[in-house]
Design a protein around this ligand. Structure first.
Ligand SMILES: Cc1cc2nc3c(=O)[nH]c(=O)nc-3n(C[C@H](O)[C@H](O)[C@H](O)COP(=O)(O)O)c2cc1C
Length: 404
């Protein structure tokens, strides 16, 4: 499966770096070509000579090497591989990846690549569970970076816990999965995802909007892209990073979101996770509304915004084969969600309770129910990234079953 695959192996500065040597042997046995980038800290743990001997290729360590740049520029290095694998991914390297730094060859190559990236973290348990590392991990996952491990076990620092790097055989399996076509069951499918809130102007400086963070919608777009779908993410104003491998269309209003969604058709899959404002102000002045000192506050007439989910489900458009809506409810959740599914004409509804007690908006976890013709499935509380993974897998299964 790995015959003639090109792996760019980035070796970071952790105790587990010695396992990279074993990994190279296993990859070479399977016919893969391995080229290594060694960080300065990595060179404290393994030598470039060992990596070079086992990979039978040049080892790259320096960003400002004239010889390396003339033979193989750093951009080429990042693109001439089928997969980039970071072993071990140190806390430091994860932080630099998450913040988009490019201050050495490894981080620059990781920023410049257009290929899939798999990281294999290894660090002390406290470093791993630190909020900073966990936030970096969530950012990287949301951008489509694949992560394998760490696992629980004894560590070189004499502590025990989560942070130990997975063994070379497991890394090989993860590399095979990342490179195998079965890992991309949605290849050849096109998906549109809407995410975030919309913003409806009252005047040039004020607006009506809602609490949607875009975390769930963005994670779904990233998960569909990871499974191989050509994914277009139509997003309202959010502070989420743009997921890797996804085409972004950024909009403000519901009318713009509808236009962008229709422009992205035809598609196989549409997931409408955006919290579209139901109403907009009928007459918007071109200048800021002045606060009258003693006068009454202004009154606004609201008009209904277009219903994007209903339009693509029932409208005179090229209907996507599978349309998934979201129902954010605060009461009678399942009844309301089931009624919404029928009313809008979509195939599935993901219902979630957004009452303040659940803290769903902006949080990293979500408790959802999947409603379809087959009935109601209640999923356990999971991170929004895990909900996205599971939903993307279910979508892939749906298309596999339809093809059988
Ligand atoms: C003996 C020793 C062991 C280390 N092991 C790890 C480790 O397992 N994981 C980690 O994230 N950092 C570890 N560090 C810290 C990193 O080497 C340090 O953060 C370095 O800047 C990482 O650089 P790099 O990410 O460019 O490779 C270790 C440091 C020392 C001195």
């Amino acid at each position: 499966m790995l015959q003639d695959k090109r792996i760019l192996l980035i070796v970071g500065g952790g105790i587990a770096a010695f396992k990279a040597l074993e990994l190279i042997r296993r990859l070479r046995e399977r016919g893969a070509h391995v080229r290594c980038v060694l960080t300065q800290a990595g060179a404290q743990f393994v030598t470039a000579l060992s990596l070079q001997s086992l990979s039978e290729d040049k080892v790259y360590t320096d960003m400002f090497s004239l010889t390396d740049e003339s033979e193989m520029g750093h951009i080429q290095l990042s693109r001439q591989a089928d997969l980039l694998v970071v072993v071990p991914a140190t806390a430091n390297l994860m932080a630099r990846m998450a913040s988009g730094m490019a201050d050495d060859l490894a981080s620059t190559v990781l920023l410049a690549t257009d290929k899939k990236v798999l990281i294999v973290p290894a660090m002390n348990v406290r470093m791993w569970t630190h909020a900073a590392t966990q936030a970096n991990l969530a950012t990287l996952k949301a951008r489509g970076v694949e992560v394998v491990g760490p696992v629980e076990g004894a560590m070189a620092c004499n502590e025990f816990g989560l942070g130990r790097m997975v063994e070379p055989n497991d890394i090989v399996a993860a590399i095979e999965a990342a490179l195998s076509p079965q890992a991309r069951p949605l290849a050849g499918r096109r998906a549109i995802v809407t995410s975030g809130p919309t913003r409806e102007a009252i005047d040039p400086v004020r607006y009506i909007s809602n609490q949607s963070s875009g975390k769930q919608g963005h994670a779904i777009a990233a998960a569909l892209a990871r499974l191989g779908a050509e994914t277009i993410l139509v997003s309202g104003p959010v502070s989420q990073p743009d997921p890797v491998g996804v085409r972004m269309v950024k909009i403000n209003t519901a009318q713009e979101m509808l236009a962008a969604t229709l422009a992205a058709l035809p598609a196989d899959i549409a997931v409408c996770a955006a919290a579209v404002a139901d109403w907009r102000v009928a007459q918007r002045p071109n200048a800021k509304i002045k606060k009258a000192l003693y006068g009454p506050p202004p009154r606004f007439e609201l008009v209904a915004n277009p219903d994007i989910l209903a339009t693509i489900s029932k409208g005179d458009v090229a209907r996507p084969k599978l349309i998934v809506g979201f129902a954010a409810e605060t009461e009678a959740m399942l009844d309301n969600a089931q009624a919404k599914r029928k009313r809008k004409g979509c195939d599935w509804i993901v219902a979630n309770d957004v009452s303040p007690a659940m803290g769903t908006f902006g949080s990293d976890s979500n408790t959802v129910h999947l409603l379809s013709d087959a009935g109601i499935e209640s999923w356990p509380t999971m991170t929004k990234v895990a909900v996205a993974e599971q939903l993307a897998q279910r979508i892939a299964q749906h298309f596999q079953q339809a093809a059988e």
